[in-house]
Every structure is written in structure tokens, then in C-alpha cells.
Write a protein that binds this ligand. Structure first.
Ligand code: NOJ
Ligand code: CA
Length: 546
């Protein structure tokens, strides 16, 4: 438990929180059916408390056909029966709050699952009906409407339109099982206000907003051409047909009014792969408050790259009156312990297609850099988002057999992209036993034998483990954080030295060792000898001499 975490009435908690992402189907399995669940998570609340996090971000746990790992939500007001019950959800909120840990839930507003009651009603209703108007149904192009209404593509590959038996087509920017809502429809807006209230009434402290930049679309016809989705092609002036349109902000101002009905107000963070310069718009105080900064995820391990990205992110947050959000891993990207072990510029998708053999990954180097990077981000002002398993130093499982893959990307890309399952393999809790203690049965994605080395049980025994370092770092951070003030000492090109309010600093080395400044060494990601030289690819925190 952290000092800041104890005060559940603090309205500003999210500004400096350490938020731990739980991907529920892969965290802990309470009933041995191979799928993680709320019972398993409840059992692990003491583990989360000992880790020292401030909040849990729970990825979707709603009823879902699992066409996209739960991001295809069939009912926004319930728990998937395979994951648990609303009663267990309430028990989880209570158990976390009792430890001073907040809970943030994922809200998926761009699309529902195709099993959602509204979508089933839309399919049963006629073209032009109010039921269809909650989604984006259109007649096709071509003489007989046999062609999709536009050239729009899905994020996961293939066309963004699917035809229904009566001949109309519906829009899905992701899988066909994820029909997009039409957010110009007031019924959709009211529905989500109600969903926000439903979870806020149950004690949820905040929301992570899935694909926040996609809700508002230009659906006027003729549709504009949009044959490729990539952050780099999104118009930077709010006029893009599909993403980051200016009208999206009115939606979030409405959300903020709802979230401010609560005391303390509910927090939110936007997942928006919008043009970076426009991220502050989502984070404005009358909108969501925070927007994920993903730039570091795209960055190689280099001091200049990290320095400028960090500086830009701090500036952007300040511009918005928000606080920065630091992220190195989540359920959508190759785990950073592996990323940092690969040569700069590695095409991660191509690497996964070789089962992680080409190029070779230097795991020891990757883990050293990962720890150094994490400690650097934890020393910065703002919130840090951690992804389950990174506290164990878990690498990507790059060699999952293709028959085991669950990510729709694999099929939708016609087997040219392996997708994200390698970051979603159920956690190892014990060094032996069925599914390494994930549960009493199997595991919905196969775990490699080397998972034993990263098991919580093994790391808890080892004072030099990644887990031990994370625990020390989070406990220390809770006592050190004071104010937003930060200054960089910029005289060494391969070093990032961050000076914080409250008389402490963090030093990170990139590729070469460096002498540490004066002061008591509070923590270091690699051993430091009497010569006070910090090895290459390491971070140390120091208290400044009085
Ligand atoms: C972003 C989520 O993080 C990802 O996992 C999901 O596939 C898409 N949004 C679609 O909901
Ligand atoms: Ca289960």
C-alpha cells in the first residue's frame, strides 16, 4: 500500500498514479477452466497490494464472443459468466479499495460486439429503421449494391464493411464482430452516459477509453477514400473522415459532465492514436483528463530519443493542464523486455513471423534496458501504466504455434501478421504445476517451459529479482514524489539525469557506463560498486546531499 493510495477521496490521485493493467483472461484462473477470472484476481489482491500499485486498470471483462479478446462487448453492464459475476466484481472493488487501490475499467465505445442486443435488433430490423441507425448501415456500391459502400479498411486487415443478408452493409473499423456505433445518434450518447453511471455507481474510480479518437466520423456520402489506416495519414486539423475529428471533443465534454457528478470525480484516460500534437485536446480538464503517450513505445533505446520524447510529452501534458502517462508495454504491443533486446529498427511483425528467431533477441540486454527504462519513467512527474507480467521481466512469447493464436489479426491479415497473443500468455505464478499456478487446469494460450524462471514464486525468493526491484521502486516512489517539478541535467549525451522536487534524482545510462553524482544511492537497476560507476543500461535513484 502506498501513502498516496490510502486517501480514496483525493480527486487528483490519477495525476501521479502507478496503474497496473490486468488483462483478466490471462491473469489468474480461479476455477481451473483455463481462462482467468475475477475469482483468480480477487485471490491476488494481496499480491497487488504488496507490489505497491495505486490502481488496477481492468481490460474488458464483459460478456463477449471473444472475437477480439473481449474488446467486442455484448453487454456493457455485466460480467462475462466465464469471468465471474457482478457480485464478484463488487467484491473486487471492495477488496481493492480496502487496500487503498483504485480500479479503472475499460470502456469500449467505438463498437459493440456483434452479439450485443442492439446489433441483433439491428439485424432483425429493416434498412432505414431506428435499430439500424445506432450503427452504420448503408447500401452497397455497384449496380446491385454488391460492392462495399467505400474503400475503407479494417485495422485488422480486409474491408471495413460486411454485408448482411438483406443486402445492406455495416461498418466495422475492427473485426466484423465489432460493428461501429453511429455517435451522431443521441441514443448512443445517452447509452454511454448511462454505462458510465452504472460503473461509477458500483464504485469504479475511472475509465480507460478504447479508440477514443474514432468515435466521430464523417459519414456523409459520397464517402471519402480511406484505403489505409495509420496514425501518419490522419489529417492534423480535425477534418479526417475517420479519426480525431473535432466533433469527438463534444462527446467527451459530455462524459466529463457525467464523471463530475461523482465525488471524487471519476478519472479517464484516452487511448487515442491521434496525431501526437492533438493529444492534449483529449486530456483537457473538461474532457478526459489524460491521454496515453505512446511515443516511447515506438522509440529505440537511445538517450536522445528518450530525452526528446519525454520532454515533448511533459510539454503536451502541461499544455493540457493534464499529467503525463508513461507506457512501455500493454496488451497490444510486444513486451518491452523483448523489444529492447532487438536491434534498432527491427520489424516486430516480421520478427514474430520467424517465431522470434530472426533477428536474435538479446534477452539479458533487453531486460537490463527494460528495468532502466521503467525506473526512469517512474522517476518522472505523471502517471505510469504498467502491464501485468512486466514486474516479472516477462519477455514476449514469440513462438506461439499459429494453431493456438486467438488474435483476429492472424486470420484477417491472411497470415501475414501474427498479432498480439505473445504479450497475452497467462502469467506464471509458480515454478511448476498445471499452467504454472495460473490455475488448476490449463491455459488458454500455451505457456513455454521457460515461464518457470519468471514465476512469481521464484522471484519472491530472490532479492535480486525483477519483482523485488519493482516492489522497492514503487514503495520508494510513494515516499519520494513531491510536486511536479522536474529539471534535466543535459551535459552527458548518453545519460538522462532527471532532478526532482524534494531533493532526489534519477540517472539512466544508455549503452555506456557513467559516474554517479554525489548523494545516497536509494535504488539501482544494476549493482553499483564502491567506485560509484553506474553500469551501461541502468538507472539509479539518488537522494541529493543535504
Ligand atoms: C484498442 C485495444 O487496446 C485493442 O486491444 C483492441 O483490439 C482495439 N482497441 C479495438 O477495440
Ligand atoms: Ca476461469
Amino acid at each position: 500500500m502506498t501513502d498516496r493510495g490510502r486517501d480514496l477521496t483525493d480527486p487528483d490521485w490519477w495525476r501521479t498514479a502507478v496503474v497496473y493493467q490486468v488483462y483478466p483472461r490471462s491473469f489468474a484462473d480461479g476455477n481451473g477452466d483455463g481462462i482467468g477470472d475475477l475469482a483468480g484476481l480477487l485471490d491476488r489482491v494481496p499480491y497487488l497490494a504488496a507490489l505497491g500499485i495505486d490502481a488496477v486498470w481492468l481490460s474488458p471483462f464483459y460478456p463477449s464472443a471473444l472475437a477480439d479478446g473481449g474488446y467486442d462487448v455484448d453487454d456493457y453492464r455485466d460480467v462475462d459468466p466465464r469471468i465471474g459475476t457482478l457480485g464478484q466484481f463488487d467484491a473486487l472493488v471492495a477488496a481493492l479499495h480496502a487496500e487503498g487501490i483504485r480500479i479503472v475499467v475499460d470502456i469500449v465505445p467505438n463498437h459493440s460486439g456483434s452479439g450485443h442486443a442492439w446489433f441483433r435488433a439491428a439485424l432483425a430490423a429493416a434498412p432505414g429503421s431506428p435499430e439500424r441507425a445506432r450503427y452504420v448501415f448503408r447500401d452497397g456500391a455497384g449496380e446491385h449494391g454488391e460492392l462495399p459502400p467505400s474503400d475503407w479498411v479494417s485495422h485488422f486487415g480486409g474491408p471495413a464493411w460486411t454485408r448482411v443478408p438483406d443486402g445492406q452493409w455495416y461498418l466495422h473499423l475492427f473485426a466484423p464482430e465489432q460493428p461501429d456505433f453511429d455517435w451522431s445518434n443521441p441514443e448512443v450518447r445517452e447509452e454511454f452516459h448511462d454505462v458510465l453511471r452504472f460503473w461509477s455507481d458500483r464504485g469504479v474510480d475511472g475509465f480507460r477509453v478504447d479508440v477514443a479518437h474514432a468515435l466521430a466520423k464523417d459519414l456523409s456520402e459520397p464517402f471519402r477514400s480511406y484505403p489505409r489506416i495509420h496514425r501518419d495519414v490522419v489529417a492534423v486539423d480535425g477534418t479526417d473522415p475517420l479519426f480525431d475529428r473535432d466533433e469527438v471533443h463534444e462527446i467527451f465534454r459530455g462524459w466529463r459532465r457525467v464523471m463530475n457528478e461523482y465525488d471524487p470525480p471519476r478519472s479517464a484516460v484516452a487511448e487515442a492514436w491521434a496525431p501526437p500534437a492533438r493529444l492534449p485536446l483529449y486530456a483537457r480538464p473538461d474532457e478526459l483528463g489524460q491521454a496515453f503517450e505512446f511515443d516511447l513505445v515506438l522509440e529505440p533505446w537511445s538517450a536522445p530519443a528518450f530525452r526528446s520524447t519525454i520532454q515533448t510529452a511533459l510539454d503536451r501534458a502541461r499544455e493540457a493542464g493534464a499529467s503525463s502517462t508513461w507506457v512501455l508495454s500493454n496488451h497490444d504491443i510486444v513486451r518491452h523486455a523483448s523489444r529492447f533486446g532487438l536491434p534498432d529498427g527491427t520489424d516486430l511483425n516480421a520478427w514474430l513471423l520467424t517465431d522470434g528467431t530472426e533477428p536474435a533477441c538479446d534477452l539479458a540486454l533487453g531486460l537490463r534496458r527494460a528495468l532502466a527504462g521503467t525506473l526512469l519513467l517512474l522517476a518522472l512527474p505523471g502517471a505510469a501504466y504498467l502491464y501485468q507480467g512486466e514486474e516479472l521481466g516477462l519477455p514476449e512469447v514469440a513462438d506461439l504455434p499459429v494453431e493456438a493464436l486467438e488474435d483476429p489479426i492472424w486470420e484477417r491479415s491472411a497470415h501475414t501478421e501474427k498479432g498480439r497473443d505473445g504479450a497475452r500468455v497467462p502469467l506464471p505464478w509458480t515454478t511448476s504445476g498445471p499452467s504454472f499456478g495460473f490455475g488448476q487446469g490449463g491455459s488458454h494460450l500455451p505457456q513455454p517451459t521457460w515461464f518457470a524462471d519468471f514465476a512469481v514464486e521464484a522471484e519472491e525468493r530472490d532479492p535480486g529479482s525483477t519483482l523485488a526491484l519493482y516492489r522497492r521502486a514503487l514503495a520508494l516512489r510513494a515516499t519520494l514524489l513531491e510536486g511536479e517539478g522536474v529539471r534535466f541535467v543535459d551535459d552527458r549525451p548518453a545519460v538522462i539525469e532527471v532532478v526532482r522536487d524534494g531533493g532526489w534524482r534519477s540517472v539512466t545510462t544508455f549503452g555506456e557506463s557513467a559516474a554517479l553524482p554525489e548523494g545516497e544511492i536509494l535504488l539501482a537497476s544494476q549493482p553499483v560498486g564502491d567506485d560509484r560507476v553506474l553500469p551501461a543500461d541502468a538507472t539509479a535513484w539518488l537522494r541529493d546531499p543535504a
